[in-house]
Unconditional design. Structure first.
Length: 422
């Protein structure tokens, strides 16, 4: 149960943050957001806000989406559909119900003959089965459409569609999801550094925490002591300290150190530990920490960069030496969640930060249907001075979706095999 909770929390937070980036900048760009969904698959819960957005929770916690007006959407109504309409006192359509699950009071049965919910904002058809008299109604700009599964969304007039926004705003909307993942990674790294008490300070030979039952503790060394020399060799920083200790496993060393402004001397014998094919010395001390707001900010930035560097190296390795075992999907994340769940809050935060920046970078890959693929199409539009034909863009997106689905299935199946059969 703990593993399931950790997995759901990690995935949900990352997805909500990612999708909120798209949501926020779409709204700021004047693009109508029809649905903000957490999870995929069948709908569990729905709430329609005053802003007209349908906020939904769906069964499978494997992602989410922000559904924008006009972005890769088909027609809302088709000729021959049987719907019910709710009109206001001026006989302007306020609600179009296409669902058989919901029955609305004061709604009239209506068979759609033709409709234009984009430009003309009209719907034509037959009331109560009277196929001899076609009626045309005006549709309110902010009318509600109830879909077949009961989801309530707004209709999508052209002026609030994704394609109607300025190119620069569409690019920012596409980039905002990964951007939020990078921001989340930075925040999580900063929180992690604060919880750890700061970051290691390699510029000093001052000691951090002392491990129990270690040579350093046996020699009487304490946290905050500054090592001045080892066997007469001057020690200026952490690298000097480590290099001398590692070079003398199981050899007694004379240690000169400073504590509260006074010099002291002691002896210790480093333990011998394996490091590759050789033994190195170790005395059981940690690097001293430096803390503060500035340290947390710079440390979080550096840790985020280090994570990104690891991912880019992995991507490079994947390109040079393709191997599906180098990839992992939700099953692999769940498996790792079972490990980090038992290792405490700091490990969970680090894991969440790593997954967040992974998702951010993955979504920026120039693959159709991903945010990076959409940005490529935006750049093509910028260079051409005009948008690509919708049918061409739709075909490219469909190909991208197909490739991603194939990759998802292969990676998930491989994860299951690794989890249960290897």
């Amino acid at each position: 149960m703990k593993t399931i909770l950790v997995f759901i929390i990690i995935f949900s937070v990352i997805v909500i943050v990612h999708e909120f980036g798209h949501f926020y900048f779409a709204r700021r760009s004047g693009i109508l957001v029809r649905e903000f969904s957490i999870g995929m698959g069948p709908k569990l819960l729905q709430w329609q806000g005053k802003d007209g957005v349908a906020y939904t929770l769906r069964m499978l916690p494997l992602g989410g989406y922000v559904r924008m007006a006009g972005a890769d959407e088909g027609e809302d109504l088709q000729p021959g559909m049987f719907v019910s309409l709710v009109l206001d006192e001026h006989e302007v359509v306020q609600t179009i119900n296409t669902s058989q699950k919901l029955q609305l009071t004061n709604a009239i049965p209506f068979e759609v003959a033709q409709s234009d919910l984009v430009d003309a904002l009209t719907v034509s058809g037959y009331v109560n089965g009277d196929d001899q008299n076609m009626v045309t109604y005006s549709v309110d700009h902010d009318a509600t459409l109830i879909e077949s599964d009961g989801t309530k969304i707004r209709i999508a007039p052209r002026d609030v569609q994704f394609q109607s926004a300025k190119l620069s705003r569409r690019m920012l909307t596409n980039f905002a999801g990964p951007m939020n993942n990078f921001i989340l990674t930075f925040i999580l790294c900063a929180v992690l550094i604060v919880l750890q008490g700061g970051v290691g300070d390699p510029s000093t030979s001052k000691l951090g925490s002392i491990l129990p039952d270690s040579p350093a503790q046996a020699a009487g060394l304490k946290q905050g002591d500054r090592i001045l020399s080892l066997d007469g060799k001057k020690v200026d920083d952490w690298n000097d300290l480590v290099s001398v200790i590692q070079a003398h496993p199981k050899e007694k060393l004379t240690v000169t150190y400073e504590r509260k402004g006074k010099k002291y001397q002691t002896t210790l014998t480093p333990d011998a530990v394996d490091s590759g094919t050789q033994k190195v010395g170790q005395i059981g001390v940690n690097m001293a920490q430096k803390s503060g707001i500035g340290v947390a900010i710079t440390g979080a930035f550096q840790l985020s960069v280090d994570m990104a560097t690891q991912i880019f190296k992995a991507l490079g390795s994947m390109i040079v030496h393709p191997d599906i075992d180098k990839l992992g999907g939700p099953v692999a994340i769940y498996q790792q969640s079972s490990i980090v769940a038992s290792q405490g809050l700091k490990t969970i935060l680090y894991f969440m930060a790593l997954i967040s920046i992974n998702i951010g970078i993955f979504n920026l890959l120039p693959i159709p249907a991903l945010d990076g693929g959409k940005l490529v199409l935006n750049i093509v539009e910028l260079l051409r001075g005009k948008p690509m034909k919708p049918e061409h863009e739709g075909l490219i997106t469909m190909i991208g979706v197909g490739l991603i689905l194939i990759l998802f299935v292969l990676v998930t199946w491989n994860d299951i095999q690794r989890m249960f059969f290897r």
